[in-house]
Design a protein around this ligand. Structure first.
Ligand SMILES: [Zn+2]
Length: 86
């Protein structure tokens, strides 16, 4: 009779497919791309306080002024100018 091996073949196929899916899932999980920090994430998300108006600004977006080796960050050109003049 063919029924016996046909059923076994179907079961074997199902098992192989299940195992394939299992391992494919493991490999997919292992090779999942790690969260890459956006370029310069360490600095760009750091906040600095505007010494003039007290606003917290993102260092990557803020205006910079260097005085005596120190870097100050400002929310606007106006604040920067006020700081430099004062
Ligand atoms: Zn400001």
């Amino acid at each position: 009779m063919f029924g016996g091996w046909l059923v076994r073949l179907l079961i074997a196929v199902l098992i192989i497919r299940a195992l394939w899916g299992f391992f494919a899932g493991i490999f997919a999980g292992a090779s999942e791309p790690r969260r890459r920090p956006k370029s310069g994430a360490g600095k760009s998300f750091a906040l600095a306080r505007d010494p003039v108006c007290g606003t917290y600004v993102q260092q990557s977006r803020a205006l910079e002024a260097r005085t005596g080796g120190q870097v100050h960050y400002f929310c606007s050109e106006k604040c920067r100018r006020t700081f430099m003049e004062g």
